[in-house]
Ligand binder design. Structure first.
Ligand SMILES: Cc1cc2nc3c(=O)[nH]c(=O)nc-3n(C[C@H](O)[C@H](O)[C@H](O)COP(=O)(O)OP(=O)(O)OC[C@H]3O[C@@H](n4cnc5c(N)ncnc54)[C@H](O)[C@@H]3O)c2cc1C
Length: 570
């Protein structure tokens, strides 16, 4: 069976002539090979070599067998349908970023995505004049994202929401605007005078200290520093909106490292002291820092792309063309050393199920797993059973995203803002709603508003058992309490998506768990790198930055080992 990514280049033949490789395959190990479209394809040597490879295929029958038999054959012979230097599992934002960076640095990379579409959590839809998101809605444009946008040629597709759009918290039957300046904070109606005073005193250092330096939950950290009221009315809804999480379980150090680090900067553990010290540090280091790219955007703005966030992975896919395989589900992994041998540079054999019940085997030197923790656990269990148990412990609650459109006339006031969050103590079930058409007005037909709501999460696990209709009814009735007139028409239901395992929760112990997992992976599986939002942080920006780091690590590994290999051979 022919394969689109076996590498046939002159380097391969020169190498093959120099030594007989142990598995007697002639595929090129030259990771910078760019000769696929060269004169070589018409050359006699190429034709001869092609015949040898095809003969191998015919005699092995591997790719024509059903999976069980295929796997036996793979184990016995390690015959592959193709190979690459780095294989990336998953085409979400992490995998797409890593793939583009690797390809750009000349590494022979292949992305395998089990779904028919690229993007993972990112699902942008366009119908009947509406554009909406069923996963993430926006990103904060970090320097790394802006660099990637330039590299991918997406600058003219970038859309930015007005940074000044206010955010609200719905509490005691009222929308309260979140202050955007210290002056506004004094007039902040969400907190009582007592609550504000407690928060102010705590922030300047009159708060109990964490003398034993024990790992704290978000709830413990916030109530200790800023008081119960700030926690209940401000931080709890924020955590629901970002993590769909339970602040009394999330680890402050793992989930909000930068904020937690503030208390360690000064002598009083005061957050304000820490913030001032950080401000000076940043100022001093600004001169030394390299500017990352030329694209600049207003501070505080929120970004997306003209047709939605999915344009990001789609643009990587179109740049890498046949190096991105959709409908390819990794079902098994084996390594040449078999079992747990500690070799410095392994050959891995990845077995994929692809459409029509066909299986494919890809040989690779390095793998980047960006699949969710529980999937990665099942794939790596034969090699690292203990680390797989730990990966499986990472909890992903169910969240449902609901996109509803209402006529503009249904609203009690002109809709202008980012959206609203709802504290759990209010007993309103929806976690929060993004006023999508206020962020990006061109995404709706004239006369409509589009609202994207999220419901469920770690504090409302029963949501998983509700039907689509029940969820829509619940969200619609919550929106009516907050934004709509009594006589508002029923909504146009654009999209309802159950994310059964939505967002990884960085619970207490997450960092030490990850440390153990990473050390077992690097000891037992050289060349295997773990990525994805349970490692990097959950935001789009975290995933982009970590995708870049993964590409650097994998590229370094490949280059090191290629040099090692050629110096051993020559
Ligand atoms: C509902 C929701 C709303 C969110 N809102 C925001 C937001 O507004 N802003 C923000 O910054 N962040 C948001 N996030 C978080 C952010 O979207 C994610 O953290 C990020 O998209 C994760 O990207 P990833 O590449 O790490 O993982 P994923 O997107 O999960 O990608 C992993 C990929 O691996 C593939 N895969 C899994 N198993 C296999 C296999 N065996 N073989 C081959 N492929 C496999 C999957 O199909 C998937 O495509 C939201 C998340 C959710 C769920």
């Amino acid at each position: 069976m022919s394969s689109g990514f076996l590498c046939f280049c002159p380097n391969a033949v020169i190498k093959a002539a120099q030594y007989v490789r142990p598995k007697n395959t002639f595929s090129c190990k030259h990771y910078t090979c760019k000769n696929r479209n060269s004169w070589f394809y018409g050359n006699e040597l190429y034709i001869k070599r092609r015949k040898v490879v095809e003969q191998q295929r015919t005699t092995s029958h591997v790719s024509k067998l059903p999976f069980r038999q295929t796997w036996k054959a793979v184990s016995a012979q390690h015959t592959e349908d193709g190979e690459c230097s780095v294989l990336i599992i998953g085409s979400g934002v992490t995998g797409s970023t890593a793939a583009f960076q690797l390809a750009e640095s000349g590494i022979d990379v292949l992305v395998a995505e089990k779904n028919e579409q690229v993007g993972g959590n990112i699902i942008s839809r366009k119908e009947q004049g509406f554009i909406w998101e069923e996963g993430p809605n926006t990103f904060q444009p970090t320097p790394d994202i802006l660099v990637m946008i330039e590299k991918l040629g997406l600058v003219d597709k970038l859309v930015l929401a007005d940074a000044k759009l206010p955010r609200y918290v719905f509490y005691q039957d009222k929308l309260h605007k979140i202050p955007s300046s210290p002056f506004e904070a004094c007039q902040f109606s969400l907190l009582s005078t007592r609550g504000k005073l407690r928060a102010f005193l705590g922030a300047i250092g009159f708060a109990p200290m964490n003398l034993k330096k024990k790992e704290e939950t978000v709830r413990d950290f916030v109530t200790r520093h800023l008081g119960e009221e700030v926690y209940e009315r401000l931080v709890d809804p924020f955590i629901s909106g970002v993590y769909a999480g339970d602040p009394s379980k999330l680890s402050m150090k793992a989930a909000f490292k930068r904020v937690q680090a503030l208390e360690e900067k000064g002598v009083t553990q005061s957050l304000i002291e820490g913030a001032i010290i950080r401000m000076f540090e940043t100022k001093n280091s600004k001169g030394k820092k390299e500017t990352k790219g030329s694209l600049k955007v207003p501070r505080g703005s929120l970004g997306s792309f003209k047709d939605g966030l999915q344009m990001y992975p789609q643009s990587v896919q179109s740049k890498l063309s046949n190096k991105v395989k959709t409908g390819w589900k990794l079902i098994r992994l084996e390594k040449s050393g078999n079992g747990s041998s500690h070799q410095s540079c392994e050959d891995y054999f990845a077995v994929f199920q692809i459409p029509n019940g066909i299986t494919k085997v890809i040989r690779t030197k390095a793998l980047i797993f960006t699949s969710p923790a529980y999937i990665t656990a099942s794939l790596l269990r034969p090699f690292i059973p203990n680390a797989s148990d730990l990966l499986e412990q990472i909890y992903y609650p169910c969240v449902v995203s609901v996109s509803l459109a209402y006529p503009s006339s249904s609203f009690r006031f002109p809709l202008s803002g980012f959206g609203h969050l709802i504290p759990r103590s209010t007993k309103i079930r929806t976690l929060g709603t993004i006023w999508s058409s206020s962020l990006f007005p061109y995404r709706v037909p004239e006369g409509y508003h589009l609202l994207s709501s999220y419901i469920g999460g770690a504090q409302d696990t029963d949501i998983a058992s509700l039907s689509e209709d029940q969820v829509v009814k619940q969200v619609d009735s919550d929106i009516r309490k907050i934004l709509l007139r009594q006589d508002a028409a029923l909504p146009k239901v654009l999209g309802v998506r159950h994310w059964n395992k939505a967002i990884p929760q960085y619970e207490l112990g997450h960092l030490s768990r990850m440390e153990t997992i990473q050390s077992q992976v690097s000891e037992t599986l050289p060349g295997v790198f773990l990525g994805g939002n349970y490692v990097s942080g959950i935001s789009f920006g975290d995933c982009v930055s970590f995708g870049m780091q993964l590409a650097d690590q994998a590229s370094y590994y490949i280059k090191e080992n290629t040099e090692l290999l050629s110096s051993t051979v020559v």
